[in-house]
Design a protein around this ligand. Sequence first.
Ligand SMILES: *Cc1c(COP(=O)(O)O)cnc(C)c1O
Length: 371
Amino acid sequence: MVDLKGQYDAIQAQVNASVISTIESTKFINGPQVKEFQEHLENYLGVKHVIPCANGTDALQIALMGLGLKKGDEIITADFTFAATVEVISLLGLTPVLVDIDIKTYNIDVSAVKKAITPKTKAIIPVHLFGQAAMMSEIIKIAEKNDLYIIEDNAQSIGANYTFPDGSKKKTGSLGHLGTTSFFPSKNLGAYGDGGAIFTDDDRLANTLRGMVNHGMYVRYHHDVVGVNSRLDSIQAAILDIKLSYLDYYNECRKAAAIKYTQRLANNSKIITPFTIGECDSHVYHQYTLRIINADRDALVQYLNKKGIPCGVYYPIPLHLQKAYMSDRYKETDFMVTNQVVNEVISLPMHTELTDDQIDLITDEILTFLA
Ligand SMILES: *Cc1c(COP(=O)(O)O)cnc(C)c1O
């Protein structure tokens, strides 16, 4: 699905030199590399504050912790996302409220968000799924009207631009009160291990969060709030700082591969290729995900696997049907779209090193199977 070795080979000398110099400095924790990467990412995203942490799940958890919510407060998020998004809500004793998605973009359905709001609702977590921005201008309007926080789960979309109706653009992750991301190796900006970060323009929230990631300490050995230990280590920061300078190029490579896939697959009545809202720069193709209709998706997965072509089903089970997240508040008719797409989606290999020949081979096999 990804080619981390090929990507590393292209920047090997630069990465190796930086890793070795970090090791020789022995500043493994909170070294200058972390601050440098933080500042470069702040500039790249156009946000005032980046708070690095240990992984994308921690980033979501700590972002929620920073809002000072109470047990039972409700947080609305999408039924169709990686489980981490809902997991942290439950872990903190908050109540997740899952809602359906838009059939075209697979992102949270704005009308479903509106319907799910109650007096207990405190925040919305839109997930920019598969690399494409959620409908942020409408989500921002809903949040303003109902006095809700927005935390963007930007784990899959770092580098994407969101275009507002007036034509102005901002990076995803910089649109809500808080944004979070993951530097898991296969993400668009991947480390060589775990990493994550929280983004905000709010000085007060940023200060709260910087203490929370460090045991709730604002002054050494004074613990003002209950915090956690969640750090990005210096070696990962050094690697990420190099890779950040290639992020736009990497995302362009992904987009070029997506365009080629779509050219090969668009005119088939059994395939729905990814939908891109407006300008293509709203999508950075973390995944290239098709819907297979009037054909057996699972049989296609087996066929491709037998041919040695990797593929994935993200995600096979809606969150509202997962044992950990079932709730009496839901009816199956609330989730018409997720219940449908879990049976239709298939994600193809997508990375920065895909060649035209590979795309030809993969698409030929898909078309042969569906013929
Ligand atoms: C990867 C991912 C996360 C979690 O990131 P980790 O770094 O693996 O903890 C959270 N949300 C989404 C949507 C993700 O894709």
